[in-house]
Design a protein around this ligand. Structure first.
Ligand code: SF4
Length: 410
């Protein structure tokens, strides 16, 4: 049994050297009447500082929305489009390469491919687009674009294409060192009429858990996370965290957990939904930190713009992907912080800001030693992009230089 000094926050040693809270303890921590926020945050900060003292990371990326057509209709989504809607777009290979090359010139090391889920299953227009491009499915096209970026630039692809079979995880792992799927929630209740996922066949929690498990069986460094404030109960939020912790205890492949806060937008079905407040967000981050003390924990700075450095109090050690070039297409109303400003505000809290790759440092050695990536272009790219500690090599521009380059763009 271990505890944070002077607080009522207790946690115990779990499997594989991690710490596992009991569900009951986690629920007590989530309850403001039972656990003062300051006590909880102090314990979370101590856990973060034991894991990654003094360093906060970010990934300098370009965001490539390969297609915003999607067969799902999540109640909070402002990204998706139907064919013919204003803004509906599938990027061409030339567009992908142009953005990737611009990002490369600004010291980016990640090409984040984020896209709608299986649009060709619903829309004949997407089947036609894919036919014209020479592919049978969005995933085939994604695989080819990851390979294109890998061959033609120094960026490392990180695909985030929604649900994948084991076969597709393995195929994409040949062209990307890491990938991601937000679990979001394990609540089946949110599939019900009028709820966030009532018309989103790819948001069935069991399917998403299965994909994350398949990635674990294949040893793919994996990013996942929660989306909080979409109608889940506190119990369901805690259960989602436990589901991630269990998968990580079994396979050890969860490199990063994102605790993303729902932000309301005027155009979404959930436009009248309340946003989670800062204390609620911080409390959830802190419980995630105590449950996953040796997993990188991230909260997006642009979704808490006015006070994002306070997220450090919850025990995060990463700002996620930040782009000097491309907007956050998922939250277009929330611009990324300028990298120089991010560095200044991180430094002001006593941390050094370091650029990481889409694959985290602690996963690099086993990844590059794996027989399946031996003698591949991907392995060569990962090795040349990383320094001797597994962070982005110094060929990347410092934040102020990237800032200057970004400012010089029209
Ligand atoms: S959140 Fe993702 S899966 Fe849901 S509608 Fe938007 S793009 Fe599609």
């Amino acid at each position: 049994m271990s505890s944070s000094a002077g607080t009522a926050v207790h946690y115990h040693q779990g499997r594989k050297g991690g710490y596992l809270l009991s569900r009951e303890a986690a629920l007590r921590l989530m309850n403001p009447a039972q656990t003062p926020l300051e006590d909880l945050l102090a314990a979370a900060r101590a856990a973060r500082d034991a894991f990654r003292p003094g360093i906060i990371t970010y990934s300098r990326k370009v965001f490539l929305p390969l297609t915003n057509l999607c067969r799902d209709y999540c109640g909070y989504c402002t990204f998706r489009r139907d064919p013919g809607q204003p803004g509906a777009h599938t990027m061409t290979p030339e567009e992908v390469l142009e953005v990737a090359r611009q990002g490369e010139a600004m010291g980016c090391t990640e090409a984040l491919f984020s896209l709608g889920d299986k649009p060709e299953a619903l829309f004949p227009e997407m089947r036609e687009t894919l036919r014209n491009l020479g592919y049978r499915s969005t995933l085939e096209y994604l695989e080819a674009m990851c390979e294109l970026v890998l061959r033609e630039t120094t960026l490392l692809p990180h695909p985030n294409p929604g649900l994948l079979s084991a076969e597709w995880i393995a195929r994409l792992a040949r062209v990307s060192p890491s990938m991601g799927l937000m679990l979001e929630t394990t609540s089946n209740r949110l599939l019900g009429a009028g709820s966030a996922h009532d018309n989103a066949p790819d948001k069935v929690p069991a399917l998403r858990l299965k994909m994350i498990e398949e990635a674990g069986k294949l040893g793919v460094p994996f990013t996942t996370g929660l989306l909080i404030g979409i109608g889940e109960s506190v119990e369901e939020r805690v259960d989602t965290l436990f589901a991630i912790a269990r998968l990580h205890a079994s396979y050890g492949h969860i490199q990063e957990v994102i605790v993303q806060n729902f932000r309301v937008k005027p155009t979404i079905p959930m436009c009248n939904w309340p946003e989670p407040d800062q204390a609620d967000h911080l409390r959830t981050i802190a419980v995630a930190r105590l449950l996953l003390p040796r997993v990188n924990l991230q909260a997006p700075p642009n979704l808490s713009a006015a006070h994002y450095e306070s997220l450090l109090d919850g025990g995060i050690n990463d700002w996620g992907g930040v782009s000097p070039l491309t907007p956050d297409f998922i939250n277009p109303e929330a611009p990324w912080p300028h990298l120089a400003e991010l560095e200044r505000r991180t430094n002001a809290r006593g941390f050094v800001l370091r650029q990481r790759l889409p694959i985290y440092p602690e996963f690099l050695d086993s990844y590059t030693a794996a027989p399946c990536v031996h003698r591949t272009l991907l392995r060569a790219r990962v090795l040349s992009a990383s320094d001797d500690q597994g962070y982005a090599a110094s060929m990347a521009l410092p934040p102020h230089a990237a800032f200057a380059v970004a400012e010089a763009q029209p």
